[in-house]
Design a protein around this ligand. Structure first.
Ligand SMILES: Cc1cc2nc3c(=O)[nH]c(=O)nc-3n(C[C@H](O)[C@H](O)[C@H](O)COP(=O)(O)O)c2cc1C
Length: 209
């Protein structure tokens, strides 16, 4: 679908048709879009957890104030941040740059060392906020790609991250859940599907100078 019609077509889906499952091809597209999203310094302090186990979805729905879109979705995407972005993590990234681009060490070294220093000086909470910003950016990419691919979705921060971490065993992966994105196909009787978009007029939200 073209971009603007796709953005008008999409809406925050509250009820999915649980009988309709996304193809493996569509899931691959979402995984690739997640991975291709730009991140600060290119560090990708994120991982995507793709849940398709319905029992797990039911448990996660209970940890999401019983919002039905979690339980009825074809798949539930959970966007997670890395718990520790430090020297080791940054060195691994630069090793990848070196391997893929064959960039000489003398060019990479000053940038790598200043980044490591910068992160070592940052309070843990600041790093968490920085990583969370990247998670929101990914959410934006995924919402747009879903719309273009005619996949229904609902962006969500209305859940208990601590419970998600526990249910999905995210500590074992050194991750924390920050956002959820149930995806699939809208239920025919989703009341919200027929509602008009509520947006301030463009003339009010855009300033041209
Ligand atoms: C970051 C973020 C978090 C959201 N969290 C929830 C949520 O927990 N539950 C929900 O039903 N909708 C949630 N929404 C959906 C918004 O309410 C919805 O996108 C907004 O009202 C605009 O409507 P539309 O997406 O249908 O155009 C969230 C949206 C964003 C961007």
């Amino acid at each position: 679908m073209k971009s603007v019609p796709a953005l008008k077509w999409r809406y925050a889906t509250k009820k999915f048709d649980s009988q309709r499952i996304l193809s493996a091809e569509k899931i691959e597209i979402l995984k690739t879009a997640f991975n291709l999203t730009a991140t600060s310094y290119g560090l990708q302090p994120l991982k995507l957890v793709v849940v398709k186990d319905k029992e797990l979805q039911d448990q996660l729905m209970a940890a999401s104030y019983n919002q039905k879109q979690i339980g009825t979705a074809s798949h539930l995407l959970v966007i997670c941040i890395e718990r520790s972005v430090g020297k080791e993590f940054i060195e691994k990234h630069f090793k990848m740059v070196q391997d893929i681009r064959k960039t000489p060490e003398e060019i990479l070294e000053p940038f790598r060392e200043s980044l490591i220093e910068d992160f070592e000086d940052k309070p843990v909470d600041d790093i968490k906020i920085w990583a969370t910003h990247q998670a929101y950016l990914v959410l934006g990419t995924l919402l747009t790609i879903c719309a273009v691919e005619e996949i229904d979705s609902c962006p969500m921060e209305g859940f208990e991250p601590g419970k998600y971490n526990e249910i999905l065993g995210l500590k074992n992966y050194n991750l924390e859940a920050v956002l959820a994105l149930p995806v699939g196909y809208r239920a025919e009787d989703d009341f919200f599907a027929g509602l008009k978009k509520v947006r301030r007029p463009v003339e009010e939200t855009v300033i041209e100078i």
